[in-house]
Ligand binder design. Sequence first.
Ligand code: FEO
Length: 163
Amino acid sequence: MLNEKIQKALNDQINAEMYASYLYLSMATYFESKNLSGFARWMAAQAGEENGHAMRIYKFVTERGGRVTLQKIDAPPSDWASPLAVFEDAYAHERKVTGMIDKLVEMAAAEKDHATSVMLQWFINEQVEEESTADDIVQKLKMVGESANGLFMLDHALGKRGQ
Ligand code: FEO
């Protein structure tokens, strides 16, 4: 059984993951509008992953006899100054999510909720990967700079995700 405090925190995290899904989908639409279909595909795949993160917690709360309460999802931004600005935002967002997961881990430990602690281990590893991937693309976009050729090549490479 989940205690109320942990249940509320996990419900908040479901909302944060759903927001992340919404944010990445909005980023996908930005790239679609710029005819960068590879970037758009990558972002749409990421939106799907974030939905999966929310569902992972949803399943856990339900299995523990808790109650999932869905909350309002804020509207994400819809425009960015450049592809680099998009990925800088994505990286910043992942760092924020990592901070939220770290706080959840601390709360689960304080409440001696070992099952929640174990469930959260998966998210700790996932955040290492997600931060690293977003930062890698930020660095590549910085390398590409104003080069249309470089952007085209990166679009092609990112478009392979999930194929
Ligand atoms: Fe679900 Fe990208 O953190």
